[in-house]
Design a protein around this ligand. Structure first.
Ligand code: FMN
Length: 406
């Protein structure tokens, strides 16, 4: 299938124009052989390239390009399919933008076009050319350093050092995972993640329950979370727990029960955030909103987790504004390489900033993901890069430090 890939990247220091021209000459032969077209724009700091041709060949060449050490911060902007080539001539063509005025270079690129219609009507690929040439998206290019420019090291000075606790409960257990602000070296909160005592996943355990027993078990489990938090000496650190939205809707005494258990273990409502999953919320939004009002009236905070993964998306925020949203791992994964993910996360951040909703990135596993998200304006992170969940305990936290050998 005829495939188009567009990406942008940053040239590495020390690569001369002559070296770029030599690379283009060699790539010209390879592209022609593979029946691929490569239109490369260069503006002195950034590359922008369109690759067009048979899917397998385009993907194979792009795979090599991604590993090329002459450039970095390679961000895929578009991967799309078309009925015909925009640029019929295979091979490689370089446009050094510094040698043209904007209109000229776009015209020159268009002149290379051979498709009858593709370049005439609104074409996404062509719009990308335009934004690159006119630099209108440049403020969204976050130039992140290489992953090994940071080391992740433990710190004995932090208030919550690793420790374990035990509470009597043969039904539930919890693992704790911190949410941190890595640059301020602060623990923002700890999340208590439900684990079944018998080793089953909480999903299996809940699936074995019928009717309201599910919601009763969900609510009852929170008592164990509060008991463990108290045993672990959480003191005034914020604590996040998860609740099924329908637990709040179906169990009339859910809020008084939560308050009673929070107080029983010496915690205060203001330090507790209740996290709900986005997709479940929308199914009973009116009832849910009513129940949340009762929670908020007692001082508890509310977060939406897995934001961006369900069907409600931004519509949910028009119905209900939580104190916090947690962006799902599926959007965080390899965000530094993906134009669409970057655009979505920037949209979420912009929207949440306007609504004064704080944003946490969840499931952060790579230094590059964290660096990109910090550059985009997120400061709260949860993920194995910093700390994996510890069963019945507080895990070791690894804090980023600039690599002095770098
Ligand atoms: C910005 C940029 C664009 C490139 N475009 C192409 C291209 O269109 N086709 C190609 O074969 N190589 C291209 N290359 C070179 C490849 O990255 C790689 O060096 C080449 O495919 C040879 O790969 P190999 O040494 O692993 O065999 C490009 C390199 C850079 C830095």
């Amino acid at each position: 299938m005829l495939t188009t890939i567009l990406y942008r990247s940053h040239i590495c220091e020390g690569i001369t124009v002559q070296a770029v021209e030599e690379m283009v000459a060699s790539a010209n032969g390879k592209n022609s052989h593979a029946n691929v077209t490569g239109i490369l724009l260069y503006n002195g700091t950034h590359f922008f390239q369109l690759l067009e041709g048979p899917e397998e060949n385009v993907k194979e060449i792009y795979h090599h390009i991604c590993k090329d050490s002459r450039h970095y911060n390679i961000v895929e902007l578009l991967c799309d399919y078309a009925p015909a080539r925009r640029f019929g001539k295979t091979g490689m063509e370089l446009f050094d933008l510094r040698e043209y005025v904007h209109e000229d270079v776009l015209q020159r690129v268009l002149d290379k076009g051979t498709s009858r219609y593709q370049l005439k009507y609104d074409d996404r690929a062509l719009q990308f050319f335009r934004t690159f040439v006119e630099s209108t998206e440049k403020e969204n290019y976050f130039e992140i350093p290489l992953a090994d420019s940071w080391e992740f090291v433990a710190d004995d000075e932090v208030q919550l050092l690793p420790r374990q606790a035990e509470v009597e409960d043969d039904e539930f257990s919890f693992a704790f995972q911190p949410i941190i602000d890595p640059l301020s070296r602060e623990i923002v909160a700890l999340e208590a993640l439900l684990r079944a005592r018998d080793g089953k996943s909480p999903a299996d355990y809940f699936a074995s329950l019928q009717g309201d027993a599910l919601y009763e078990a969900d609510l009852r489990s929170k008592r164990t979370a509060f008991a463990l938090a108290a045993e672990l000496g959480l003191k005034d650190h914020p604590l996040s727990i998860n609740l099924l939205p329908l637990t709040l809707v179906k169990i009339p005494d859910a809020v008084p029960y939560l308050l009673q258990e929070i107080k029983r273990f010496g915690l205060i409502p203001d330090q507790i955030t209740i996290e709900f999953t986005e997709s479940d919320v929308m199914s009973r939004i009116a009832d849910f909103n009513r129940a949340v009002r009762a929670l908020k009236a007692e001082g508890l905070r509310v977060a939406i987790e897995h934001f961006g993964s369900g069907f409600a998306g931004l519509l949910l925020l028009s119905e209900f504004q939580p104190d916090k949203i947690k962006i799902n791992r599926s959007l965080i994964q390899d965000v530094h390489k993906s134009g669409p993910r970057q655009a979505i996360i920037q949209g979420i951040i912009k929207c949440c900033t306007s609504l004064e909703i704080s944003v946490t990135a969840v499931g952060v596993e790579k230094a590059e993901e964290w660096m990109w998200l910090e550059s985009a304006g997120i400061s709260a992170f949860q993920g194995n890069l910093f700390a994996s969940p510890a069963l019945q305990g507080i895990p070791l936290i690894l804090w980023p430090e600039k690599n002095t050998n770098y």
